[in-house]
Design a protein around this ligand. Structure first.
Ligand code: HEC
Length: 154
C-alpha cells in the first residue's frame, strides 16, 4: 500500500517537473538592473514577513508602517531607469503590488481588522505569484572576470 502511494507520488512529481526548460518570458537585463530588481524583491519578501509578524502581535500600526514601506513610495525610489527596459505588463504588475500595499496600510490604520488585512495580503501575493510564473531574468553581462575594465557609472 505504501509502495503504491510512493509510486503515485513519483508520477505526480515527474509530471510537475517534467518541463526542465524555463519557458517564462525573459527580461534581458544587465547585472546592475538585475541586482536592483532582486534587492527590491527581497525587501518585498521581508516586508511581507514583517506584516505577518505584526498581525500576530495585533499591532496594526506596525502593519501600516511595514506595508507603507512597500507602497508606491518604494516604487518611486529608482525604478525610473528601469521603466524603459521593462515590459509594460511587468511594470503594471509591479505597480499594482505597490498600490495594494498602500491600501493595506491605509486600511490597517482605519479598520484595524486583521482578517481583512490577511485577505488583502493573500490577494496581493497572488500578483507576486502571477509575475513569477510569467517572467525570468537573464543577464546580458559577461562574467565579471571576463569583462573589460571600463568606468561608466549609471
Ligand atoms: C512585476 C513582477 C513581479 C512581482 C509583482 C513580484 N516579483 Fe518577485 N521577482 C520577479 C522576477 C522577474 C524575479 C526573478 C525571477 C527569476 O529570474 O527566476 C523575482 C524574484 C523574487 C525573489 C528572489 C530574490 C533573489 O534575491 O533572488 C523574491 C524573494 C521575490 N521575487 C519576492 C516577491 C514578493 C514577496 C512579491 C510580492 C509581494 C514579488 N516578488 C512580486 C518579479 C516580480
Amino acid at each position: 500500500m505504501k509502495k503504491l502511494a510512493f509510486a503515485a507520488l513519483a508520477i505526480v512529481a515527474t509530471a510537475t517537473f517534467a518541463q526542465d526548460i524555463d519557458e517564462r518570458k525573459i527580461l534581458s537585463l544587465n547585472e546592475m538592473q538585475r541586482h536592483h530588481i532582486l534587492t527590491e524583491m527581497r525587501a518585498l519578501l521581508l516586508g511581507t514577513q514583517q506584516i505577518l509578524q505584526a498581525i500576530t502581535e495585533d499591532d496594526m500600526l506596525a502593519v501600516a508602517r511595514h506595508a507603507r514601506m512597500l507602497g508606491t513610495e518604494m516604487a518611486h525610489s529608482g525604478e525610473n531607469h528601469l521603466r524603459s527596459v521593462l515590459p509594460k505588463d511587468f511594470m503594471q504588475l509591479g505597480i499594482s503590488v505597490h498600490k495594494s500595499f498602500d491600501q493595506i496600510a491605509a486600511d490597517a490604520e482605519t479598520l484595524k481588522d486583521t482578517k481583512h488585512t490577511l485577505a488583502q495580503l493573500s490577494m496581493t501575493l497572488q500578483t507576486c505569484v502571477a509575475c513569477h510564473a510569467a517572467y525570468q531574468i537573464r543577464t546580458t553581462d559577461l562574467p565579471a572576470e571576463a569583462q573589460p575594465v571600463h568606468h561608466d557609472h549609471h
